[in-house]
Design a binder for this molecule. Structure first.
Ligand code: HMG
Ligand code: MG
Length: 297
């Protein structure tokens, strides 16, 4: 009983680019986002309002939003704290993505707060955003393994997710930050989350460090998940999660889903065009089977 449709949330412009050392010119980012939208991407993380000292690649966030926010795509901006949310309020974008790690050590390295401190800060902020009519997504990092603390307990993930649902978020994006989860763990966690959390959109976010992301997506599909964060070209990784490599590639996921008869509404040829335009600005190659196959033919 697999779904007949699935939703792709493209995270390439944010997760994909944030870790690249060479600054990608703002115009190239805007072209990448525009081309991905033409490919039919329905939802996208455009950028993040984080400290330009911590993540220089995202320092052009305000310009990106000004040029790329439209009403056809659900465009998200990542915001870690009060300051990020204030910056978001000064834009036309009405979709916020807050982010927190289940593991304290990771959260501290990523946003300089313990998980509890982040929750204390974010609870009133999420409630305010909801009152102001924002769509709020919560990205839950280190939901399987932490690069510093190892295996993360499923109860801790479920209880953190429940806290965010109680704050009123619309969506949870549950992440395997360093690509260590296996399909059995993916099926287990997403089955439990599907059962325990009603009335919230549930999304799976897999990094492909060990080549298990597609299998993990298939396992999550079997647990009833039909929303997936993916990154064109398989770019990605969090600068504060050592050992993480790219996200699962949009092209590979769309190809797999469409081959199984699960509609995504995404035109793969146009995704490839977006990638070809971006490539000259990158200091690395793409990690995607589909892209490599197209290039070699
Ligand atoms: P901090 O140093 O503790 O911040 O950093 P602070 O509150 O002490 O403020 C210090 C300075 O930063 C001040 O400026 C603030 O105004 C400024 P100064 O007075 O010195 O001139 N500041 C900001 N500037 C811009 N935007 C902001 C902001 N906040 C404070 N929002 C902070 C705390 C959260 C800012 C920092 O730790 C940070 O920027 N971290 C970035 C984390 C990040 O972007 N990580 C990658 C995204 S998460 C991810 O990739 C995982 C995910 O994909 C899921 C998964 O795979 O797991 C989502
Ligand atoms: Mg990520």
């Amino acid at each position: 009983n697999l779904p007949s449709k699935a939703t792709i949330i493209e995270v390439g412009p944010r997760d994909g680019l944030q870790n690249l050392k060479t600054f990608v010119p703002t115009d190239a980012k805007i072209d990448f986002i525009t081309e991905l939208k033409k490919a039919g991407i329905p939802e996208m993380e455009l950028t993040s309002f984080v400290s330009p000292r911590w993540v220089p690649q995202m320092s052009d966030a305000a310009t990106i939003i000004e040029s790329c926010n439209d009403s056809e795509t659900r465009n998200f901006v990542l915001v870690p704290n009060q300051k990020g949310i204030e910056r978001l309020r000064s834009t036309s974008c009405k979709n916020a993505a807050v982010f927190v790690g289940v593991s304290d050590t990771f959260n501290k390295k990523n946003i300089n707060k313990t998980t509890k401190e982040s929750l204390v800060e974010l609870e009133p902020l999420v409630r305010e955003l909801k009152e102001e009519g924002y769509f709020v997504r919560a990205c839950i990092s280190t939901s399987f393994y932490c690069p510093y603390e190892g295996k993360v307990a499923m109860e801790d993930v479920v209880s953190l997710c429940k806290r965010f649902v109680a704050f009123g978020v619309d969506e949870l994006s549950v992440a395997d930050t360093i690509g260590l989860a296996n399909p059995k763990e993916s099926f287990q966690l997403f089955s439990v989350l599907k059962e325990e959390l009603d009335d919230v959109m549930l999304t799976a976010h897999f990094h492909n460090t060990r080549g298990m992301a597609l299998a993990n997506i298939f396992a999550a599909l079997q647990a009833g998940v039909d929303r997936f964060d993916t990154s064109a070209g398989g770019l990605g990784g969090c600068p504060f999660a050592p050992g993480a490599s790219g996200n699962v590639a949009t092209e590979d996921v769309v190809y797999m889903l469409e081959q199984m008869g699960i509609e995504t509404g995404i035109n793969l040829k146009r995704v490839v065009r977006a990638l070809e335009n971006l490539l000259p600005h990158l200091d690395k190659q793409y990690e995607s089977q589909y892209y490599k196959l197209v290039q070699s033919n």
